[in-house]
Design a protein around this ligand. Structure first.
Ligand code: NAD
Length: 230
């Protein structure tokens, strides 16, 4: 089977009710990145940061995968599907996708603030992280999120996956956040690239097949295209 690699971003979860980064009136409009999504913010005001992610986690627990997530999971019948997502929600997993790599961490996990390898699953019934909650090393628990200014430990693995792609599909990402956006450069020459987004996204590469639609409709169209290409 061919390797179909998907790079997804916040746009794929928009139809599930999770705001994208740059939506007007969304969560990210009310908070500044510097106040909630950097290591400095956590040092300065850990309660604000924990509350912000507690709120996002509750939203994630309620959210259901949409037809785009489900369509990608179903493609596993015909392809080796590898999903590399910038999203911290778990909607690809809820849809049934088996190979999901989270570049920017996972909302449903917590970790030690001293040791990035000491990671814990959070219980959906009691999911908030509070001040005073400790990891086994005695440090304050923090969200298992790659904050702005932190390195992206999964990057090398993601580059290897993209390098083995026979087909690359990019969905719902403005390709503004690096190093994730640079993954497109790791695809081999001649590999077909499909980009699903209702808006115009600039990709510094020629030969992209643009599907200018929202994720659910775009994945439906992709499945038809792939079906007729077989
Ligand atoms: P972004 O907000 O920069 O870009 C979102 C893209 O999705 C845009 O190009 C937009 O046109 C497109 N879009 C909007 N509605 C869509 C729809 N219905 N279907 C398909 N596409 C749609 O998001 P990004 O590129 O993922 O980067 C922002 C960062 O913010 C990432 O690092 C990500 O971790 C984080 N983030 C994650 C979530 C989540 O986990 N669901 C939500 C918000 C932000």
């Amino acid at each position: 089977m061919k390797n179909l690699v998907v790079l997804s971003g916040a746009g794929i979860s928009a139809e599930s009710g999770i705001a994208t980064f740059r939506d007007f009136g969304g969560l990210w409009d009310k908070y500044r990145i510097e106040d909630v999504a950097t290591p400095e913010a956590f040092r300065k005001n850990p309660k604000l940061v924990l509350d912000f992610y507690n709120m996002r986690r509750r939203e994630c627990i309620k959210a259901q995968p949409n037809r785009a997530h489900i369509g990608l999971a179903e493609l596993e019948n015909d392809y080796n599907v590898f999903i590399i997502t910038q999203n911290v929600d778990d909607l690809h997993e809820k849809a049934g996708s088996k190979n999901v790599l989270h570049l920017h961490g996972e909302l449903m996990k917590a970790r030690s603030s001293m040791d990035s390898t000491l990671i814990y699953d959070l219980d959906s019934l009691n999911s908030d992280i509070q001040i005073g909650d400790q990891a086994l090393d005695g440090s304050q628990l923090r969200p298992h999120i790659v904050w702005f200014g932190e390195s992206v430990p999964m990057m090398e693995k993601a580059q290897d996956i993209v390098a083995k792609a026979d087909i690359l599909v990019i969905i719902g990402t403005s390709l503004n956040v690096y190093p994730a956006a640079g993954l497109v450069d790791n695809v081999s020459d001649g590999v077909p690239i499909y980009l699903i987004d209702p808006n115009t996204v600039f990709v510094p590469r020629s030969g992209i097949n643009f599907i200018q639609k929202i994720a659910s409709e775009g994945v439906g169209e992709l499945i038809k295209i792939l079906g007729s290409a077989r």
